[in-house]
Design a protein around this ligand. Structure first.
Ligand SMILES: NC(=O)C1=CN([C@@H]2O[C@H](COP(=O)(O)OP(=O)(O)OC[C@H]3O[C@@H](n4cnc5c(N)ncnc54)[C@H](O)[C@@H]3O)[C@@H](O)[C@H]2O)C=CC1
Ligand SMILES: O=C(O)[C@H](O)CS(=O)(=O)O
Length: 484
């Protein structure tokens, strides 16, 4: 299938391995399909472990030379990559929507978001400062060097095929590392297009490889090859735990951005209209397929009915359709399994007494289109209190007191994003400090940006991406003790 791109060379279906664009030696491929039409848009290689090992060996050679270059040179190449990504926004957005499904407007927003990480770490590259430390002995000097981890690997999910890629490649290259990246099998084309632009920006051959194929087979090589010193993963907690175990044998460093179960709390003193808009942004972005989506909406009794009525009215106005159609708000879910999961969660809730206020089923368009839904009368006995929905379903839980809702909000092994709306300043500090999450949005439903430390606690992961902290995941400290 051809896409009407300004630059058709960006639709690349080979892999970038050791500086060359290649098919799999075996000739095997995997299909990439458009979730809105189920049409095959490309076939990408299914490479094997020997080809991954080749990419890793080339990365080791390229990384030595890359780390030896002045930080300003690395920064300038990243800046050029940023400029090329921004210039290719329309093409990248169309590729992204074609393989992931989100509305084109959201895809263009994701390209800008993805580019912002490249811009940010182009600047951070020049600020990896070490330390000299006043020591306990007059004739000794303590020096702390910051050096790149070395050759790194990344495995990324399908829900943000651009931003999750640059959120890993940019800090790695800024720090002086190399990277071998495996994008999600559902959405590899955006990553391959970004790699083309990275090459054009001057990223040296072999420093970045992008490989596709069996996740388990590629993961086995990336987690066991001793040359790889760090793995950065974004995806489900289940897979993240498996990868951490696999990395243990060679004591690799890991950064894990895993699943979420975000509480979205509306207190009696909240601005209800603002809370409704915040819920719309947090819950229905990417058809609810983000790890930071509001997963449980807790509404205090005094404003519950007003909030539900206004939210249901807004949700009913959402337009569902293919991402390439004009004015679409909600695209298709990624695949049939995602639809089945959402259907099961709704059926479970209904069987335990929940009421559908709006939506509640597969959309008339068929395929993987699902109605944006609001469910009320929900309880903690329902599966979606404990499981990540990853779909356009908003369960509303009524609560009475601040103590009760903090207990309910923290009643999960996850700890990624959380949100609440309220205006009492004392409560704002009490609640923000008591929520067991890596991120807290107060009177907003959108918290993700390149300047902020994105990450979770508990079983939502470890490490931070973006911000001045994000580069630390790609840096090793070296202590030098100098006897005068
Ligand atoms: N915390 C965060 O920033 C994010 C978390 N997620 C979570 O990921 C899930 C949805 O995304 P998915 O892509 O379906 O997650 P997933 O965990 O199934 O897949 C993520 C990536 O891991 C790869 N993978 C799967 N099994 C593997 C294995 N055994 N060895 C090596 N690689 C393997 C996949 O091919 C993909 O590239 C949700 O739970 C969501 O919350 C997704 C995006 C961001
Ligand atoms: O994969 C995700 O869900 C993203 O990390 C969420 S965000 O960064 O786009 O908010």
């Amino acid at each position: 299938m051809t896409l009407s791109l300004n630059d058709s060379s960006l639709l690349e279906s080979r892999n970038l391995i050791a500086g060359d664009w290649v098919a799999a030696a075996s000739g095997k491929t995997i299909s990439v399909t458009n979730p809105a039409t189920r049409a095959t848009i490309a076939k990408v290689p299914a490479v094997d472990r020997s080809e991954i090992a080749l990419a890793i060996a080339a990365a080791a050679t390229a990384q030595e030379a890359w780390a030896a270059r002045p930080a300003k040179e690395r920064a300038n190449i990243l800046r050029r990559w940023f400029d090329l990504v921004v210039a290719a926004t329309d093409d990248l957005a169309l590729i992204l929507t074609s393989e992931q499904g989100k509305p084109l407007a959201e895809a263009r927003g994701e390209i800008a978001y993805a580019a912002s990480y490249i811009e940010w770490f182009a600047e951070e590259a020049k600020r990896v400062y070490g330390d000299t430390v006043p020591g306990p002995a007059a004739d000794r000097r303590i020096i702390v060097l910051k050096q790149p981890v070395g050759v790194t690997a990344a495995i990324t999910p399908w829900n943000f095929p651009a931003a999750m890629i640059t959120r890993k490649i940019a800090p790695a290259l800024a720090a002086g590392c190399a990277m071998v990246l495996k994008p999600a099998s559902q959405t590899p084309l955006t990553a391959l297009a970004l790699a083309i632009l990275a090459e054009r920006a001057g990223v040296p051959k072999g420093l970045l490889s992008v490989v596709t194929g069996s996740a388990r087979e590629i993961g086995a090589e990336l987690t066991s090859n001793p040359v790889i010193r760090k793995l950065s993963f974004t995806g489900s907690t289940e897979v993240g735990k498996e990868l951490m175990k696999q990395c243990a044998d060679t004591v690799k460093r890991t950064s894990m951005e895993l699943g979420g179960n975000a509480p979205f709390i509306v207190f009696d003193d909240a601005d209800i209209d603002a809370a409704v808009e915040g819920a719309m942004a947090s819950k229905y972005r990417n058809a609810g397929q983000t790890c930071v989506c509001a997963n449980r909406l807790f509404v205090q009794a005094g404003v519950h009915d007003a909030f539900v009525e206004r939210l249901a009215r807004r949700v009913a106005s959402l337009k569902v359709g293919a991402g390439t159609e004009p004015d679409v708000d909600i695209g298709p879910l990624i695949d049939d399994a995602a639809v089945s999961k959402v259907r099961e969660l709704l059926d479970d809730a209904a069987s335990k007494g929940a009421t559908v206020a709006v939506g509640g089923g597969a959309h008339a368009l068929g395929g993987t289109f699902f109605e944006p839904t609001v469910v009320t009368g929900t309880t903690r006995e329902m599966a979606f209190f404990h499981e990540e929905i990853f779909g356009p379903i908003a369960p509303i839980f009524r609560f009475d007191s601040e103590e009760e809702v903090i207990r309910l909000a923290n009643d999960t092994p996850f700890g990624l994003a959380s949100y609440f709306y309220g205006r009492d300043v004392g409560r704002i500090f009490r609640v923000a400090e008591k929520l067991e999450y890596g991120m807290v949005g107060i009177n907003t439903g959108l918290i993700s940006n390149e300047a902020a430390p994105f990450g979770g606690v508990k079983e939502s992961g470890q490490g931070r991406e973006g911000s001045r902290y994000g580069i630390d995941d790609y840096i090793e400290l070296k202590y030098i003790c100098l006897q005068l």
